[in-house]
Design a protein around this ligand. Structure first.
Ligand SMILES: NC(=O)c1ccc[n+]([C@@H]2O[C@H](COP(=O)([O-])OP(=O)(O)OC[C@H]3O[C@@H](n4cnc5c(N)ncnc54)[C@H](O)[C@@H]3O)[C@@H](O)[C@H]2O)c1
Ligand SMILES: O[C@H]1[C@H](O)[C@@H](O)[C@H](O)[C@@H](O)[C@H]1O
Length: 337
């Protein structure tokens, strides 16, 4: 049976997910779309030749009996409202990061899902589906570098728009590391600190860029993450795990090693859509298959909440310049590890 999906938000990633559902994945089709900009929704239907209704109200789309599952790909501050609406209708929902813009908002989603009694929410954290991160986790889990002691990470974007602010370095960008590093180490964070190096002349007047976030986990692993969103040269994700007996690095994306004109080199990607293109396919196919099989297994509302609790502490640390504690309470039995 083909799963009938409704999409709220037909911007960059909304369209990219519609493309993959329509052209790359199996078992689902898009039957309804909504965007606060209705012309954008209509253009998307035309661009991907969808047999889909354009709803001018997102809540009408959620209630549409033809819609069996939701994709929430609108702006972050709207996510909580639409995810709660989907849960209220008992419909599975794939929500792009962040699950909600505050930890309290994520907690309301966790509480609503637990009250419903069955998992309905998958968060769009795609890195745990990336082959490189999975290989890195295997190396750690199989003991090839001993116990992890330190992680050195970098999250670099070539540039960002003028609307990107200093807290967004945490809530929009670092949020990926906050999720994937918990998963990689099977650990949780206990503290965060943010330090600000010399500012890049390419950053807008209201943006502190780059930033370095220092995290500590319950097992005492120390993590530094450089966030540099105007690095100019490319989209570059780095993760180096220093263990007791060795070091394991996240593999670089496959690229031809070119010898030409007295140079030896490879290209560096510039677009996030390309860097994790396979992982996005696998995460969304997992959501579709999970609904078919009656059990969602991808990043949960609890994972969205855990990342948001850490993000809140990092945003606070940006302001206080102090070490801030991170505490998220006990994991409910509803969300097994
Ligand atoms: N997982 C990833 O790697 C990844 C990558 C990009 C974006 N994202 C996340 O996806 C979300 C969207 O990002 P984007 O880059 O596509 O942004 P975007 O601005 O390109 O698209 C967002 C769309 O949502 C629409 N929208 C806003 N408010 C709405 C509302 N109330 N109802 C209906 N539609 C509404 C906008 O009109 C716009 O078309 C963000 O939360 C972002 O953090 C995740
Ligand atoms: O929304 C995007 C996306 O999540 C990218 O993966 C990240 O690198 C960007 O910093 C962020 O703005």
């Amino acid at each position: 049976m083909t799963l009938q999906i409704g999409v709220i938000g037909t911007g960059a990633i909304g369209q990219d997910h519609i493309r993959r559902i329509t052209q790359a994945l199996s078992g689902a089709r898009v039957v309804a779309v909504n965007d606060i900009n209705p012309q954008q929704a209509r253009d998307t239907v035309a661009r991907y030749q969808l047999d889909a209704i354009v709803h001018t109200d997102a809540h009408t789309l959620v209630a549409d009996p033809a819609v069996q599952a939701l994709l929430v790909t609108s702006w972050g501050p709207t996510h909580e409202e639409f995810v709660l609406a989907a849960i209220a209708k008992g419909k599975p929902v794939f929500c792009e990061k962040p699950l909600a813009v505050t930890a309290e908002g994520c907690r309301r989603i966790v509480d609503a899902e637990i009250a419903h009694g069955k998992r309905l929410v998958q968060v769009g954290f795609m890195r745990p589906y990336d082959a490189g991160y999975r290989a890195l986790k295997d190396v750690i889990t199989n003991g090839h570098i001993g116990a992890p002691l330190m992680l050195h990470c970098a999250h670099r974007n070539p540039s960002v728009g003028d609307s990107y602010t200093t807290p967004m370095a945490i809530t929009d960008t670092l949020i990926h590391e906050l999720d994937v590093l918990r998963w990689l180490l099977d650990d949780d964070y206990v503290s965060a600190q943010v330090v600000f190096p010399r500012k890049s002349s390419h950053a807008s007047s209201h943006l502190a860029d780059p930033q370095i976030v220092l995290l500590e986990t319950t097992r005492g692993v120390r993590i530094d993450v450089e966030i540099f969103v105007n690095c100019q040269y490319g989209y570059d994700i780095q993760c180096s795990v220093v263990g007791e007996t060795g070091i394991a690095n996240l593999p670089e994306p496959a690229s031809v090693l070119l010898r030409s004109e007295a140079r030896l080199g490879t290209t560096i990607l510039t677009d996030w859509k390309q860097r994790f293109i396979d992982a996005y396919d696998v995460e969304l196919q997992g959501f579709i298959n999970g609904i078919r099989d009656g059990a969602l297994t991808g990043p949960s509302a609890w994972d969205g909440y855990a990342a948001a609790v850490a993000a809140d502490a990092c945003v606070k640390a940006q302001e206080t310049r102090q070490v801030e504690a991170i505490s998220m309470g006990a994991r409910p039995a509803f969300y097994p590890r």
